[in-house]
Each structure stands twice: as structure tokens, then as C-alpha cells.
Design a protein around this ligand. Structure first.
Ligand SMILES: [Zn+2]
Length: 214
């Protein structure tokens, strides 16, 4: 199993390469962090937000979980990594933006649609987690039943991002910061297949591709 060795080799390249090149930045960061952006991304290994946004160390406060979901406050019981990260980002760091970063070909979304984890014994934890998206999944399934042209995977990826944005506003500290103009919420979807990034247009409610001159 050579994978861990490859990881440590990667660390050596980092230590001798970009860590050295950005020495000043790391010196500064060792005093503390003040990122202005929080990202809620999927745990999927293919969609590292720091790479997609070409971000510098210290630029983004990142929370990752299966299918980049934010559960509503009412569904959270006791300890929650999502609630803790949100609270710290908003009330501690005072980020200016929260970005829900969805992605195409999401395995969590695919499994939710296919019902892969509907057997709570086989996939107990994933099943319970993906239940947060059940209302959106049911709506997409119903739309697909009416119109077979609907791309269910894409529709649920988009609906999942919209749902998480709505759920963000169930946390009073997020809602208050947004109402006070201190924070902006954004939804985006990235496709590793063609490199396209789509941003949710608040005016139209549609996702629009970011133009890039290639
Ligand atoms: Zn995913």
C-alpha cells in the first residue's frame, strides 16, 4: 500500500516548493487566519475548492461533507460539525461570503436518486445524512415522472445547492448577518468533466456559466 508514502513525498515537495516560495505568507498566517470566504464543498476527491478557485493559503475557510449539504437548524441535534463550522466562520472569523460549492457527477446525489442507501442497514450513516435532501429528491423524482427529458442528476445537484442556501438562513447568526448586509450567500456548481463553473443568479434563480476565454 504505497499511498501513504506518496502522501509524505507530496509533503516534501510542498515543504521545499510552495511553502518556501510563500514563506512570508506562511509567517503571516502563523499569527492567525482571517479568511473572507467560507466554502461548503463535497468531500469528493475530484473537487478540491482550493484548486478550482486557485486559492492561496488562508483565503478560504472550508467545510466538506457528502454532497455539500447544510442541514436546517431544526434537524440538528447536539453536536454538529456543520453548525460549529458555520458559527465560527460567521461569528468568530466574520467571513463576508458563504459559498455552497456543488459539483456535477456527485456520488451522494447519484445514490440519493438511485436509492442506493435507502437500506438503512447497508448504508446507515449515508442514508441518514442524505435524508436532508429528501424533499428536493422527491420533487425531482416527480418532475422526472412527468417529463422524461429532465436530467435528474443535474436537477438534484442544483436543487441541493438551493436547499442548502435556504437552510443556511435557518441559522439566526447567518440570517442576521445577511440582513445586516455583512454577509453574502452564493451557490455554484463545478463540472470536472468540462471545467465549467456555474453560478446561481439570484435575480433569475438559474445557474449561469462563468465565461472563460480559452
Ligand atoms: Zn459530491
Amino acid at each position: 500500500m504505497p499511498e501513504f508514502k506518496a502522501l509524505v513525498d507530496g509533503y516534501r515537495r510542498f515543504r521545499l516548493g510552495s511553502y518556501r516560495e510563500q514563506r512570508e505568507r506562511y509567517d503571516q498566517l502563523s499569527q492567525g487566519q482571517a479568511p473572507k470566504i467560507m466554502i461548503v464543498a463535497c468531500s469528493d476527491s475530484r473537487v478540491d475548492p482550493a484548486r478550482v478557485f486557485d486559492a492561496a493559503p488562508g483565503q478560504m475557510f472550508v467545510l466538506r461533507n457528502i454532497a455539500n449539504l447544510v442541514p436546517p437548524l431544526s434537524a440538528i441535534q447536539g453536536q454538529s460539525s456543520v453548525a460549529a463550522a458555520l458559527e465560527y466562520a460567521v461569528t468568530g472569523i466574520a467571513v463576508h461570503h458563504i459559498v455552497v460549492f456543488g459539483h456535477a457527477r456527485c456520488g451522494g446525489i447519484q445514490a440519493a436518486l438511485a436509492g442506493d442507501f435507502d437500506n438503512p442497514v447497508a448504508g446507515r450513516h449515508v442514508h441518514a445524512w442524505m435524508e436532508f435532501i429528501a424533499p428536493a429528491r422527491d420533487a425531482v423524482r416527480a418532475a422526472c415522472a412527468l417529463s422524461p427529458d429532465v436530467d435528474a442528476q443535474r436537477a438534484l445537484e442544483q436543487a441541493g445547492v438551493r436547499l442548502s442556501l435556504d437552510n443556511l438562513r435557518t441559522y439566526p447568526f447567518v440570517k442576521e448577518a445577511e440582513d445586516a448586509g455583512k454577509i453574502m450567500l452564493h451557490g455554484v456548481i463545478f463540472d470536472i468533466g468540462d471545467g465549467a463553473l456555474k453560478v446561481l443568479d439570484k435575480a433569475t434563480g438559474q445557474f449561469r456559466q462563468v465565461p472563460v476565454e480559452l
